[in-house]
Design a protein. Structure first.
Ligand SMILES: *[C@@H]1O[C@H](CO)[C@@H](O)[C@H](O)[C@H]1NC(C)=O
Ligand SMILES: *[C@@H]1O[C@H](CO)[C@@H](O)[C@H](O)[C@H]1NC(C)=O
Ligand SMILES: *[C@@H]1O[C@H](CO)[C@@H](O)[C@H](O)[C@H]1NC(C)=O
Ligand SMILES: *[C@@H]1O[C@H](CO)[C@@H](O)[C@H](O)[C@H]1NC(C)=O
Ligand SMILES: *[C@@H]1O[C@H](CO)[C@@H](O)[C@H](O)[C@H]1NC(C)=O
Ligand SMILES: *[C@@H]1O[C@H](CO)[C@@H](O)[C@H](O)[C@H]1NC(C)=O
Length: 494
């Protein structure tokens, strides 16, 4: 493992030297012929119908219904984009933009109201069958996420993700999904952004179920990883041969740039930051264990705090083997970049444990989301870091996008600039750097319920805020339509 770390250190130096941060050379080339384009959404953010037709309550229903509300504008996803009733309009939007595929998630408690496979809600199954069939009838491939943050409330009532018993319920749910939809769905993503599930939900407590605990965040991650392994192995064992699909996991990650690339301590801190963020989930999936830098730091800190055992749990050899290599593709959600400086910290938990402080440069253009600034070159650096760290795995970009506010209306020039510059950096990563990237997914198809930020916090493609839920195209829709149709950036006519 120590060789791995020093290799990663070298990678950082190489990446810092190779790509100028203000890289303004636009690459006028096409993506490879088999490259594919799509949009993404998540069940709780768009479906509404929160208690329709036998759906069970999930942790976001419970969280948004709390009084006082933990959501910025007191809003809920009770109706959201009402895609439960308006899904045909979504299919129309997708068709009009010329996508190859649509990434959406299944609502676990719409299919299994109490989270277990004791009761299957046929009307929930019917909904997804109608959506999947409509997509296929319009030439759009379904890409399905099993878990995009909406745990059945019954399972949270016994402790949620930090309780290991959940992993068997997840496997049972995955089996139902593969059995009912796998004849038509060939791309499966077990988890969306496990980091957010665990750190925001159980560490910082800003997302459902709103728990703040340095230990529960790591326990959650441990069980999410085991659940991923169970669902991946189940597919591999019982479905892959007959259904012929692929299964992977989506990990979110920004790029972490050393504040001073000439200072080795800064370079090392940036390497720790990206390893704590991406490696926490991806090292177990690619190598069968947590990164050694996490093991060393968290064990030492736990001990000095007088804990009886490390707050970073360990995989025994059985789980290490189940996890090791549990991917057909790697999903990546990427939005932004942070600068990193080393800092000796004593606050327990994922943030303090890594001994770094991160922040964003005021010079980077802002978005409507406090955490999202526009740094296109960071995307290319992260894609190269992934290539080198994991041996150039098959990568699908499963989310990337820019948020603005109601004030911009349909004139979303900021979003056009973002998509143009980020996808151009992805093009460089493929055509110039040899990264094995085959799909790109824009977030999101339409304005939707933005979690703790509510309905008005951050808007995306296609209008939404009107109570009638119209799906009005914004300016960026024609930009993306052309990008998808051209499959890249042909030289402008002289
Ligand atoms: C941009 O990069 C060029 C060299 O490629 C350099 O001369 C210039 O100072 C850089 N500008 C900024 C703002 O960093
Ligand atoms: C949200 O509800 C609280 C009462 O629970 C109220 O004080 C606050 O003004 C509301 N905020 C908005 C944005 O409606
Ligand atoms: C974990 O879940 C099981 C039921 O699946 C329950 O019996 C047990 O009490 C839970 N453990 C904790 C610590 O809540
Ligand atoms: C429910 O899950 C259990 C345990 O995973 C499994 O043995 C059983 O076959 C499942 N039932 C259905 C209907 O899938
Ligand atoms: C993971 O699998 C690889 C390749 O099969 C093997 O070399 C490596 O030792 C395994 N790692 C662990 C932790 O078992
Ligand atoms: C952190 O602590 C170590 C050991 O005491 C020290 O060598 C190092 O300079 C400190 N780093 C920072 C950024 O304060």
């Amino acid at each position: 493992m120590s060789t791995k770390i020093s290799i990663v250190g070298l990678v950082f130096v190489a990446l810092s030297l190779t790509f100028a941060q203000n890289d303004t050379d636009f690459l006028y080339e096409n993506f490879p012929e088999d490259f594919e384009w799509g949009f993404a959404t998540a069940s709780y953010q768009i479906e509404g119908g929160w208690d329709a037709d036998g759906k069970g309550e999930n942790i976001w229903d419970e969280f948004t219904h709390r009084i006082p509300s933990p959501i910025k504008d007191n809003s809920t996803g009770d109706v959201a984009c009402d895609s439960y009733h308006n899904y045909m309009q979504d299919v129309e939007l997708l068709k009009n933009t010329g996508v190859n595929f649509y990434r959406f998630s299944l609502s676990w408690s719409r299919i299994l109201p109490d989270g277990t496979n004791r009761t299957i809600n046929q009307r929930g199954i019917d909904y997804y069958n109608k959506l999947i069939n409509a997509l296929i009838a319009n030439g759009i491939e379904p890409m399905v996420t099993l878990y995009h943050w909406d745990l059945p409330q019954t399972l949270q009532a016994v402790g949620g993700w930090p309780n290991e018993t959940v992993i068997h319920h997840f496997e049972g749910y995955a089996r139902i999904a593969y059995s009912y939809f796998g004849d038509r769905v060939k791309k499966w993503i077990t988890f969306n952004e496990a980091f957010v599930v665990c750190q925001q939900g159980y560490g910082d407590g800003v997302h459902a179920p709103g728990i703040s605990s340095p230990v529960q965040s790591y326990d959650c991650a441990h069980n999410v990883l085991k659940s991923h392994a169970l669902a991946y192995r189940l597919y591999e064992r019982e479905f892959k041969e007959s259904q012929g699909g692929e299964c992977g996991i989506t990990i979110d990650c920004g790029w972490y740039e050393p504040e001073d690339p000439n200072n080795p301590a800064h370079v090392e801190a940036a390497e720790r930051a990206v390893t704590f963020k991406h490696g926490w989930y991806a090292f177990p999936v690619f190598f069968g264990d947590y990164p050694s830098v996490m093991r060393t730091l968290i064990d030492a800190k736990s001990q000095s705090e007088g804990l009886l055992e490390s707050r970073l749990p360990s995989f025994d050899s059985y789980w290490s083997q189940q996890l090791n290599g549990s991917w057909d593709f790697l999903g990546l959600n990427h939005y932004t970049t942070e600068l990193v400086v080393p800092e000796n910290r004593t606050d327990p938990g994922w943030r303090g444990d890594q001994n770094t402080r991160t922040y964003q440069s005021e010079e980077w253009p802002p978005s409507a989301s406090f955490w999202l600034r526009v740094v296109p070159w960071g995307f290319r650096k992260l894609l190269n870091w992934i290539k080198i760290t994991y041996g150039n795995p098959l990568l699908y970009v499963t989310e990337n996008g820019f948020s603005d506010t109601d004030a911009e209306g349909v004139n979303d020039q900021g979003r056009i600039d973002y998509y143009r510059d980020y996808t151009n950096n992805m093009l460089k990563a493929i055509n110039l750097d040899g990264c094995n990237i085959k799909k790109y997914t824009a977030w999101s198809l339409m304005d939707n319920f933005e979690w703790a930020e509510g309905l008005t916090g951050a808007l995306w493609c296609h209008y939404y805020t009107d109570p009638a839920r119209p799906r009005t195209p914004k300016m960026s829709q024609s930009f993306l339509k052309k990008l998808f149709a051209d499959n890249g950036f042909p030289l402008p006519k002289q």
